[in-house]
Design a protein around this ligand. Sequence first.
Ligand code: SUG
Length: 447
Amino acid sequence: MSPAMTTLEANFDGLVGPTHNYAGLSYGNVASTSHAGAVASPARAALQGLSKMKALAALGLPQGVLPPQERPDVRLLHRLGFRGSDAEMIEAAAKADPTLLAVASSASAMWTANAATVAPSLDAEDGRVHFTPANLIEKVHRAIEPETTARVLSAIFADRERFVVHAPLPAASSFGDEGAANHTRLTPEVGEPGVHLFVYGREGLRGDRPAPRRYPARQTLEASRAVARLHRLPEARAVFAQQTPAVIDQGVFHNDVIAVGHERVLFFHEEAFVDEAALLETLGERVEGFTPVRVPAAEVSVQDAVRSYLFNSQLVRPPGWERPLLVAPEECRENDAVRAWIEANVGEGQPIGEARFFDLRESMQNGGGPACLRLRVVLTAEERAAVSPWIDDVHDALVAWVKRHYRDRLSADDLADPQLLDESRTALDALTQLLGLGSVYPFQQNR
Ligand code: SUG
């Protein structure tokens, strides 16, 4: 079989970490701020994620997993001037500024759509798979992720002949980069060369362009362009489009909250892009069989899109399927306008063949739907063989691991408990063995 036939899109989902909690840290992300102070269930969150991974693997889609990060991040506390043992720094931070402790404790690395941007080997001029870990500089609790993300990606995609993991872009606001959440690859079929759509919120080096007024635009055009260059994409394969500032101001903090694409289908809301006509024309010219699926505001408002996360669904085409499946959050069934849109527009004879709904409520309450939880990596059969483990090898062991190490509930006050750090380290130490990752965490390197 030719590589084109055996090339598949794998999803690498983030395993939710033991400190998953609701701290309201993401201004501009309505779910995050509106659930601030709620009690979270790290165990339930991790199990919900694992059952989505298992369901997608059962459809014949390659499914991998990316581990959580070490939290609380005591190195951050130390850099911010706290002194003493780890337990003493946690206690002092809890007293001085509980929000700071929440920043150091966030399990936000679970949203792996923000871990990196990826280009498959068949699109890159040098024939290698490229990863650029996102710098995530807009939010401190996320800006502490890239270093470990780079280490984890280098451990999983270890074959340097096939995979290249770049350094994150400079940590400056002109280069704000949020990874694959603002990137979609369009192509007639996964195994054929693709066109990369990079969506940005503002220009980073020039202040005279339209930008949102209320909420931050996290991704800049300059960052997207740099990633396209690093990934060795020929010019004709990279397309840049600006997200409408007004939708960012309504809570669309990443493009994947208002658009998702797969193969020839681009599923998006009519208010998503500043210059929709030009974008559709370019994609129509460059992607054979390009199929826009446009949702009008009269049928689904931006507010309903943000509440239900309709566009944060995954679009996947399992082997043997003619048309893609919409992997949607349960919330889409509970929103009348969204349910009606799906009933009328998904199914037989439509570009999107079917919708299935998943309970990911723990992640959703922090603004992370099905698509936020996964990083897409298009891999040939040989590249897949160079990567392990896949979820089928570890799913049951991970379920047992979560049940053994995770708490059922975690409130803001619980973050002050130094025991949580010990529990988390014990869990992550066991996890690196279970996944065969080696020492990827700071606490494993200092001993
Ligand atoms: O960066 N939420 C994440 C959600 C990321 C969703 N990812 C994608 N759309 N691809 C964020 O805003 C909330 C954490 C808190 O409030 O505790 C948070 O970080």
